[in-house]
Design a protein around this ligand. Structure first.
Ligand code: NAP
Length: 449
């Protein structure tokens, strides 16, 4: 093992919005507390981009710009969206837009602008391939640090030690069973949508399917219709209709950072019920304006008497068979039971994301985990056995324990502060271990109750 490798107070894996927010919180904590920490991030992508495959021209944010990387924690921060607008000379013009919801293109530019301030902290273009326990110079069983191995684009291996690790790697494409293992260039997950189009400039598909009934599917569906004027595009979904996302104000309180305490301290069964109850704020739902645009487009087709594009609701995809003619999909009507066969030149699979990549990364540390597997405390620290002194924190993979805001921008500013405090051991010690505190939190209620 390479003991000459650099040792960090913490390493962040992934440099998306969560870990960029953490970099800011570290810098601001250092400025206000006079602390110094040795830290860096490792990012697989060659440079910063936020959901590059879905940066569609006319897609807007669904979360207020005030829930940027810092404002809820520190409205005076130099890294707020307003500071960005000011630096870019667009503050006044943005005000004239009269909106809380900038385009995703602009928000990506904001995030890139912030990430650019921490360029020297991030090793871009390196993929973490292994995380191993390390005893350091000690002679006992204690795991004092972790060895993080990553590989760069030229295939070179890099090794670094970390006394703390913060994993914030975002989601990975989730695909229906019928598409699993299919390696065909004509089948593309929505997360790679624009990259696929850019890599295939001559593409002229005539028959296109989009699978899914969420925001990604709806946005890609309309984009394809506008982009390929001669194509016929079908949206294929399991649900009976496109449903609107609930972003009404009382419901929106579940995304207040303060709600995290409330939901975390609920009994498991009640927390699960709450996650189910509010699922339609985020998953399998579409912005109502977009639903109305889709409805209007399909209605106009009927007026013209030429139904080129379709919305096939209540359909399961039973089988997918690529051939020279195209991608053949066998669909089953969930209500009537009838089967249909369709052939497509291009299939965009917009079926969402899974967030368990960290489990694969941490598999070599399996013996350091308690018997009941992966679980985090209130401050996002993975529970490990006592002999593991190295600490691991998860960002964006704690929805089951910390609520629906965990995968969203809404809590980033506050969560990063909580993790910074934990890293500095200044947080309230182990709230989990204090029964009366736990009880008090469970009884706290959000504003609307
Ligand atoms: P999603 O909301 O999880 O929706 C996934 C869709 O795929 C659902 O309709 C689901 O159907 C379907 N699906 C999943 N497994 C399937 C299977 N085995 N067979 C058939 N269909 C299946 O994912 P998303 O649309 O990618 O959105 C993810 C997140 O990104 C959301 O928070 C969304 O708001 C956000 N987003 C934001 C923007 C924006 O800000 N403009 C744009 C895109 C996405 P069921 O309903 O039947 O499960």
């Amino acid at each position: 093992m390479n003991n000459r490798a650099m040792e960090y107070d913490f390493l962040g894996i992934g440099f998306g919005p969560s870990n960029v927010a953490l970099a800011i919180a570290m810098e601001e904590h250092a400025a206000s507390h006079g602390t110094r920490a040795q830290f860096a991030f490792i990012e697989r992508k060659p440079s910063f981009v936020w959901h590059g495959g879905m940066l569609l021209e006319d897609a807007d944010m669904q979360i207020s710009f005030m829930k940027d990387l810092v404002t809820l924690r520190n409205p005076r921060s130099a890294y707020s969206f307003i500071s960005y607008l000011h630096a870019k000379g667009r503050l006044e013009s943005f005000i004239n837009l009269k909106t809380f919801f900038p385009s995703r293109l602009e928000f990506n530019d904001y995030l890139s602008w912030v990430a650019g301030h921490f360029e020297d902290r991030c090793y871009y273009g390196e993929e973490v391939v292994e995380i191993l326990p390390d005893h350091g110079t000690g002679t006992d069983d204690a795991v004092r640090r972790l060895l993080v191995r990553s590989r760069d684009a030229e295939g070179r291996l890099h090794e670094r030690f970390a006394r703390n690790l913060v994993i914030g790697v975002g989601g990975e494409p989730l695909v229906p069973e019928a598409f699993e293992g299919q390696r065909d260039a004509r089948i593309v997950h929505s997360s790679r949508y624009l990259e696929h189009l850019a890599a295939n400039p001559g593409l002229q598909p005539r028959r296109i399917a989009v699978i899914g009934g969420g925001q990604s599917a709806a946005e890609v569906y309309m984009d394809l219709i506008q982009r390929f004027g001669d194509a016929s595009v079908s949206l294929i979904m399991r649900g009976g209709a496109l449903k609107p996302s609930d972003d009404s104000p009382f419901v929106n309180e579940i995304f207040n950072p303060g709600f995290t305490d409330y939901i975390y301290w609920q009994p498991d069964e009640r927390r699960r019920r709450m996650l189910d109850e509010f699922r339609n704020t985020n998953y399998s739902v579409v912005d109502v304006d977009l639903i109305e645009r889709i409805y209007h487009m399909l209605y106009l087709q009927r007026v013209r008497g030429h139904a080129r594009h379709a919305l096939l609701a209540s359909r399961d995809i039973e089988r997918v068979m690529p051939s020279a003619d195209g991608i053949e999909c066998l669909l089953r009507d969930r209500e009537e039971g009838g089967a249909e066969r369709h052939v497509y030149d291009l299939v965009i699979v917009a079926t969402g994301y899974r967030r368990d990549a960290y489990q694969r990364m941490l598999a070599p540390l399996g013996t350091l985990l308690p018997e009941d597997g992966f679980g985090v405390d209130r401050r996002y620290r993975l529970r490990t056995c006592e002999s593991c002194e190295a600490r691991i924190f998860l960002q964006g993979a704690c929805e089951d324990s910390h609520g629906l805001s965990d995968t969203l921008l809404s809590v980033l500013s506050i969560r990063s502060q909580e993790i910074v405090e934990a890293l500095h051991d200044r947080m309230l010690p182990a709230l989990d271990a204090v029964p009366h505190a736990r009880q008090a939190m469970a009884e706290a209620v959000p504003m609307s109750q």
